[in-house]
Design a protein around this ligand. Sequence first.
Ligand code: G3I
Length: 322
Amino acid sequence: YAQLHTLAKAAGLKYFGTATDNNELTDTALVAALSNTSEFGQITPGNSQKWDSIEPSPNTFAFTNGDVVTALAKKNAQMLRCHTLVWFQQLPAWVQNGTWTKETLTAALQNHVTKTVTHYKGQCYSWDVVNEALEQDGTFRKSVFFTTIGEDYIRIAFEAAAAADPDTKLYYNDFSIENPSPKTTAALNIVKSLKASGTKIDGLGLQSHFIVGSTPSKEVQIANLKSFTALGVEVAITELDIRMTLPSTAALNSQQSVDYQNSVAACVEVENCVGVTVWDFDDKYSWVPSTFPGTGSACLFNENLVRKEAYFGAVAGITGAS
Ligand code: G3I
């Protein structure tokens, strides 16, 4: 029967995809499921393109782990969302704790972005250039980049990425921007100010790490996605998962299925929402239980790669979208 990516393409999306990570790739059953391209037409490396992985010491680049994931995508003819160039987490100590001036950190940032994007040139459908630059209240996160360079670090990162690979789509990516809020307004302002300065930005990634029963309605998600596309950028759901307090119950599972359906349908129904990526497709490798103890079962497949009710919710979100 038709599966997620095949259905998504038929419904007008560019892809349905999933994150994966290097530690998963020794699991042959997992790799077989991941490589089923009627299910997943796109991969995001979950960790191996982050700064601590790619440039662990100054100007020493370590692309091996990232290359393993990108090679798998290439072998499978899957699209790649490359993730992520500038983020306050998973920074190597030399960046996080370095003694910086505006000039030296700008140079280090430009070097990191330029060398990384150049290495993957031609392979990435898109790059998450800057990830999670905002606080919940809409102010800029006090990362080493913001405190040293100011908000201009965002423009500097996008400029360097655009210069290194003019053909990859450049995204700003964040969480808790899936409904109207001060943070969402601030994300809209990032898009506006980059555009106003003539800086290339192509897309806005809505991570969509949700909780069962408290996800925004389909209508709210649609209106919110349109508030971004109205600025002339495409949008994508980039890290969808919907966690619950364990143990799972029949009621939680069916609510989760509805919640998946709503998010997927929202993307399908918005012109210029290009695709949906889940943040791991199976509960075995989900980041959720270790980060939010007592919660889990956030994915479409269970630990044994069996499709859950949530999976069929996602299918309904694609095929039933009006
Ligand atoms: O690399 C070390 C390894 O050397 C060590 O042996 C091992 C022991 O715990 O830890 C490894 O690092 C872990 C890393 O993943 C790689 O597996 C970190 O502890 C762990 O915290 C890290 O978690 C990742 C998290 O980002 C970090 O914030 C998750 O796997 C990854 O799924 C998650 O992804 C983020 C997105 O990039 C951005 N949006 C939110 C999303 C979920 O947090």
